[in-house]
Design a protein around this ligand. Structure first.
Ligand code: SAM
Ligand code: SF4
Length: 468
């Protein structure tokens, strides 16, 4: 859930009264999905996406507030955009600047105070009102739209045109759940994204079918706490994520399913059974534990212990023996001693990961962690992070190395960087470089892995060794 992503959405389609929007996305996959939905909303008003700020009429920053650095990046970017706007104005043009996402929600009108160049600010629950917000901002008013919407945002957001969906590739995100009620003491999400909301089954199925009809072969269900999803199934019962996955698996043409990000407390039996029964549910699970110390887990309000997590992993692995794990870790949470940190190192050694994200604890104003005593000095956090990352990197290398000589199914996603290559995705999310003759984008092909590169695998369909 937390891989830092900065992504520009590719341009898609044209319109008679063409205006261009450049959307820049910070943070998690949920923001990537939201950026697409905002672009869909703007398409109604004649905007098409551009991948360059220079030819844009509007820049929309979809921001992340999870750590201090992520939020600060936004302000330096606004400064840069203001310069571009001044240049445009000097040449008779203009550029509208909008800030969306979690910084928008958390800071609201403070953004306009600190960065008066911004024309509008819009929070994540009101993206369906983006058109109205832009129209108001065009009259010269500064607009701040961060009130939680009572109406269902997803009901009101327009579906993208089929050709737009087709331009976005064969894998897609689909948000099924937003917000969080867990209130981990380090985390801003319950404040920026609001309380937990699950979309109903019918809405999710409709969107999934539209995506598959446009050529999508792999769907990743998204939620800040995706495995807490519990939606109206249309049969007077509340469904859980496990049941939803079985239903999605019935869609003709859909080949792969994933979901992210999960909380250990919400891994119920039905979900574990879905991993056992559904071969199209990829054997890769991002299940953050954050710390291995029971004392720190308690202070974080995670409501489980290190051993609860170990037992859970054992159950998941017995259901699906080829499953690989990924996680998030925070080092230097207030009160973390050398011993507590050692417990984190131990849980990493015990569980073993195919990939993981690890962070220094970042104080977030307004969260309980910010006021806790015994904040850990920066140099101690840095040293611990370095040791943890060395261990996690080694585990990732070992995992990738273990795939050499094995055959695996790969979903072909796009042409490779070099002529004659095509790149796909392994069941465990690594890019796999193949010879273009193996198949076409959207195909699932079975290839043998012959070599490991830093972050990707090379199949034996590539005769020459790459990067050497
Ligand atoms: N819902 C997921 C869970 O319960 O594990 C996590 C989602 S959160 C948006 C993504 C990750 O950011 C967290 O797992 C955590 O490791 C990291 N994170 C959140 N707040 C943080 C903070 N204040 N400092 C450092 N890392 C933080
Ligand atoms: Fe943040 Fe905890 Fe909710 Fe995850 S479960 S989003 S870490 S409050």
């Amino acid at each position: 859930m937390s891989a830092p992503i900065i992504e520009k959405i590719p341009s898609a389609g044209t319109n008679t009264d063409t205006k261009k929007v450049f959307v820049k996305t910070y943070g998690c996959q949920m923001n990537v999905y939201d950026s697409q939905r905002m672009a869909d909303a703007l398409a109604k008003d004649g905007y098409v996406e551009t991948s360059s700020m220079d030819d844009a009429d509007m820049v929309l920053l979809n921001t992340c507030h999870i750590r201090e650095k992520a939020a600060e990046k936004v302000y330096s970017e606004i400064g840069r955009i203001r310069m571009v706007r001044e240049e445009k104005r000097a040449n008779g043009g203009d550029l509208m600047i909008g800030v969306a996402g979690c910084v928008a929600q958390a800071e609201g009108k403070e953004i306009i105070k600190r960065a008066p160049a911004v024309d509008f600010v819009i929070g994540p629950t009101t993206y369906h009102r983006l058109g109205e917000v832009v129209a108001k901002a065009k009259t010269g008013k500064k607009v701040v739209e961060t009130e939680y919407a009572v109406e269902d945002k997803f009901e009101h957001l327009p579906a993208p045109a089929k050709k737009v969906m087709m331009s976005r590739g064969v894998t897609s995100f689909l948000t099924v759940q937003e917000g969080c009620d867990k209130f981990c003491t380090f985390c801003v999400v319950p404040y920026t994204r609001g309380s937990e909301v699950s979309r109903p089954v019918s809405q999710i199925m409709d969107e999934a079918k539209r995506l598959v009809d446009a050529g999508v072969r792999e769907i990743t269900l998204l939620g800040q706490n995706v495995n807490a999803w519990h939606g109206a199934g249309g049969d007077d019962r509340e469904w859980g994520l496990g049941e939803l996955l079985y239903k999605l698996a019935e869609i003709d043409g859909l080949k792969r399913l994933r979901y992210v990000t999960s909380h250990p407390r919400d891994m119920d039996d039905a979900l574990i059974e879905a991993h056992r029964d559904l071969s199209m549910l990829m054997p890769y699970l991002h299940l953050p534990v954050q710390s291995g110390s029971d004392k720190i887990l308690k202070a974080m309000n995670r409501k489980h212990t290190g051993d609860d997590y170990r037992k859970l992993i054992d159950r998941i692995r017995s259901a699906r023996p080829d499953i690989a794990l990924s996680g998030d870790f925070i080092v230097g949470f207030p009160g973390e001693t050398d011993e507590d940190f050692e417990d984190t190192m131990q849980i990493v050694r015990d569980v073993t990961h195919a990939a993981a994200y690890s962070f220094k604890y970042s104080t977030r104003p307004g969260t309980p962690g910010a006021d806790m005593p015994n904040q850990v000095p920066e140099d101690v956090k840095s040293e611990r992070l370095q040791r943890l990352q060395a261990l996690l990197t080694q585990q990732q290398k070992d995992f990738m190395q273990s795939l050499v000589g094995k055959n695996m199914d790969v979903l072909i996603e796009k042409p490779g960087r070099e002529a004659g290559q095509i790149v796909g995705r392994s069941p465990w999310l690594q890019p796999v470089i193949c010879h273009e003759s193996v198949g076409e984008v959207g195909d699932i092909v079975n290839v043998k892995i012959s070599q490991v590169m830093v972050n990707s695998l090379v199949s034996d369909t590539i005769a020459t060794k790459l990067g050497q």
